[in-house]
Write a protein that binds this ligand. Sequence first.
Ligand code: UGA
Length: 471
Amino acid sequence: MHQQISIAVVGSGYVGLVATACFAEIGHRVICVDNDEAKLRTLEAGGVPIHEEYLPELLSRHRGHSIEFTSDLRAATRAAQAVFIAVGTPQSRTGSADLSYVDAVASEIARSIDEYKIIVEKSTVPVYTNEWVRRVVERNGVPRELFDVASNPEFLREGTAVADFIHADRIVIGTDSDRAADLLRRIYEPLTSGAYYRSGTTVPGCCSDANRPPLLQTSTKAAEIIKHASNAFLATKISFINVVANICEAAGADIEEVARGMGMDTRIGPKFLRAGVGYGGSCFPKDVAAFRHVAEQLGVDFGLLKEVEKVNEEQKRRFFQKVRSALWTFRGKKIGVLGLAFKGGTDDIRESPALDVVRQLLHEGSIITAYDPAATERAKEVIPPAQNMRYVDDPYAAAQDADALVILNEWQEFAELDLKRLHYTLRYPIVIDGRNLFDPAKMTEHGFTYLSVGRPGLSHTRDAAVGQRVT
Ligand code: UGA
């Protein structure tokens, strides 16, 4: 029988809310703290402010029993054995992570510590943050023996965050204290002992009693670096494959074949080798910049990450040129857009390459009809509906009478479109696909002019404009 631990999670964003739901799901008591009263009311009333698979189910199962929502950080701290900080660490003007929320929360936590607690960084933070948190807490008069600071980074992807938590590749706990390590191990024990999977999880995934997630214990600093380095490495992998895609395009090879061949090498692995319009989201752009900044502060030249960022920007620009190559001019052209979120499976539009492309199309005078299965409402907040910007709730409505269809993220729904219907819905059967969702041969068979990323076909900028096949 595992031990129930009292946990406070500060922040009810993607990370905080998922952690809240999942800690409760594996048997703990969780108080989720936020200072946004309207959001708390929504959560208390059963609402779920973000689109995340399994999150509504888990919240409704545990709300009112083992999950509580509050704005009272002090009371939550007093009630908890472990306080997880999951507030935002946005990018500052210099590129470094803005840690003012972490600082404010640490001071507030310090004011209510009257017995031993661990303070756990869950937000992505630069190395040395744990030392700052420790100093802040000490400055507020808390004796050193009453607290420890640990780092427990999350590796959740938006859209599959709940499954990523329950079926983790690894659980990293970074701490320099045995007492804190022991408490963190007990928190994750339902997963690492297999007990949770034996009880029958409703969240499908790769872990089971026979295949339990490994727990890696490191120093606090190493855990902080693991998080930044992992995100920076994945972003590097994407920029790398995007450049290889550009080589394929110029050479007349197929990036999908090349990525498959590379990915079969177990040292490389098949994941994160999907070429496209570049990476986006609330993590990669910010974390690459922050990690580069950390390196700089430590006197280490990480110019590689500058290149990674440059390639990512260039990838969006190249894609836009590809659209131009198919349409020649933009003024007055009607363009259907599929995908607004930074990737499929989420409603998050932060740093979305899709919105960059849409803005550019509007700037050049196109008339856009856009569809995304989940991100429309959020997109409307930053690109309001207008005469030249219409949002629709069906992919075929986006394609209706359009001069071309542009695909900007990888929802499964897009890959399953009825090609015959799509063909007669469009005014001209031109599809420019930034996520390689379709087989070029099949698209040609259906009569489309089809441009994608790093694949033979009507993809060469100059030749595409005059309608010749490159290979
Ligand atoms: C990312 C990491 O994958 C998580 O491990 C991490 O916990 C999270 O950041 C975070 O730090 O919070 P996420 O931002 O949700 O997760 O999205 P990813 O699925 O990693 O995709 C990031 C971007 O890369 C998207 O724009 C996606 O379309 C793009 N991408 C991804 C590619 O262009 N090609 C690929 O092969 C994979």
